[in-house]
Design a protein around this ligand. Structure first.
Ligand code: BG6
Length: 487
């Protein structure tokens, strides 16, 4: 156990969708890492649930294959002794009595029900849990995003889940909030006296948030084609990042203190709708090209040659209509099959009001604060300095560069490691409250409607490019460019 990790109380964690991509690729590895760090009490149980007719041994064998690369087999086998499997279908009675008997017991025992399934099943699962009184005492439910596909369906889900679990038991996960650099943004902003006085429209020129992926949709096509980049990334992850940059200082880290401030930002977003979506948004869809040195098919081919109107890329210009941010654009872009995997927030400060330097000293660049979420987590503050040595006064733009890996020499824990244990501890600070999800849909809905009304297809872009050229035009029209460091 590292100095900072403390063991949590014994718990049962039940993962609905236990054989799915998220469970196998993210949740189980995250739990295994916490186990290796000594944080998971030996009496805790992790229970995978899915429809497949597997038993404990079969499920363990599947996980063993997926996790064997992480560390030596002996430790993995000890961990897997804490993992169980129950086949269940939320829409059929079979197996539920047995499951309830297995997981029932003392209501004060911590039971976490993680719904890593399609949102259409959330209500059925919660109703079953309620029927078997598994919602009582220290039970918690975790809802994976997306919650619904618009405001109306999100409300329906939240209402139905709310009949079984109250808000304090409901953890709506957005794994971006568990990323180290995102939490570091809080510390950077509110743990240093340096930034806050400058953190406003008077001093900040604009903010860019980029979440670029090299992967395509792969075998997630069935889900993704119904969602698209706006629902999959912007409505949740990117808006949460925007909130962390833009919110007022909360009075403490108490869950509602932070979430109240984020909510105010969401409420202050200027509407994007039929009137301005064409100017403020760009949607794209990838075509065949190259990703990480290999030829890759386009999105329609990945879907089995189906024509689709779903966007795999979005760039947009958002604005926050309040005193702190009036007139400061927040440029957001995200896409699949882009040239590199990079997520970062770039805060560009205004130029100095007057230059005292001769033209031959070089140009003055604007200060930039770059928060790199992944890969190579770190913070860079770009400053102008004098190029050292003789030869006259020459200006150089250089970063004060803090790479977390170099500075601390430890690998950063995956976001899910932190968030899963926060659920066990019952700390909802880094989870979305119901009203935040609603406010995010309230803003995203009219964008989706405007796209649908326009009848325009997403613009094609070649895999391995930075999206449609219109995304470059979106920012260059304003005399700015996407941060070249990330490209
Ligand atoms: C998920 C999306 O929420 O986030 C995926 O559904 C996306 O489409 C993923 O690939 C990106 O997460 P990360 O942590 O790899 O940046």
């Amino acid at each position: 156990m590292t100095a900072s990790s403390q063991s949590v109380e014994p718990f049962d964690l039940v993962i609905f969708g236990g054989t799915g991509d998220l469970a196998v690729r993210k949740l189980l590895p995250a739990l295994f890492h916490r186990f290796l760090d000594g944080q998971i009490p030996a009496s805790s149980r992790i229970v995978g649930i899915a429809r497949e007719a597997l038993d404990d041994a079969g499920y363990r064998a599947q996980l063993r294959e997926a996790l064997i690369g992480i560390c030596d087999a002996r430790q993995l086998d000890v961990f897997l002794q804490q993992v169980f499997y129950r086949p269940l279908d939320a829409r059929k009675d079979e197996g539920w009595d047995d499951f309830a008997a297995f997981i029932g017991g003392q209501p004060e025992h911590i039971r976490v029900f993680y719904l890593s399934t399609s949102p259409e099943l959330f209500v059925d699962i919660c109703n079953r849990l309620g029927q078997y009184k598994l919602n009582q005492g220290a039970s918690r439910v975790v809802l994976e995003k997306p919650i619904g596909r618009d405001l109306a369906s999100a409300n329906q889900i939240n209402d139905a889940v709310g009949k079984v679990f109250d808000e304090s038991q409901t953890f709506r996960i957005d794994h971006y909030l568990g990323k180290e650099t995102v939490q570091n943004l809080l510390v950077l902003r509110f743990g240093n006296a340096l930034f806050e006085p400058l953190w406003n429209a008077g001093h900040i020129d604009h903010v860019q948030i980029t979440v670029a992926e090299t992967l395509g949709v792969g075998h997630r096509g069935a889900y993704y084609d119904r969602a698209g980049a706006l629902r999959d990334m912007v409505q949740n992850h990117m808006l949460q990042l925007l909130c962390m940059v833009a919110m007022e200082p909360p009075s403490s880290l108490a869950p509602d203190a932070v979430r109240d401030e984020k909510l105010k930002v969401l409420h202050s977003l200027k509407p994007i709708d039929d009137n301005n979506a064409a100017q403020l948004t760009v949607r794209g869809q990838y075509r065949a090209g190259v990703a990480e040195g290999a030829s890759v098919p386009g999105y329609p081919e990945e879907l089995g040659n189906n024509k689709s109107n779903t966007e795999t890329f979005v760039a947009l210009k958002a604005e926050i209509a309040n005193w702190r941010w009036a007139g400061v654009p927040f440029y957001l872009r995200t896409g699949k099959r882009l040239p590199s995997r990079v997520s970062e927030i770039v805060v560009t400060f205004k130029p100095v009001p007057h230059s005292i330097f001769n033209a031959d000293a070089g140009t003055l660049s604007q200060n930039r604060l770059v928060l790199r979420l992944q890969p190579d987590e770190g913070v860079k503050l770009w400053l102008t300095i004098k190029h050292p040595g003789p030869g006259g006064l020459r200006l150089r733009h250089v970063p004060l560069d803090m790479s977390f890996a170099e500075a601390f020499g430890v690998s950063q824990p995956d976001a899910y490691e932190r968030l899963l244990l926060d659920v066990v501890r019952g700390n909802p600070t880094l989870f979305m409250r119901r009203d935040e999800v609603e406010a995010a849909w309230h803003w995203a809905g009219p964008i989706l409607a405007a796209w649908a009304d326009s009848g325009e297809a997403p613009r094609p872009y070649t895999s391995g490019s930075w999206g449609p050229s219109a995304a470059v035009a979106l920012i260059e029209r304003d005399g700015r460019t996407w941060n070249e460091d990330s490209e």
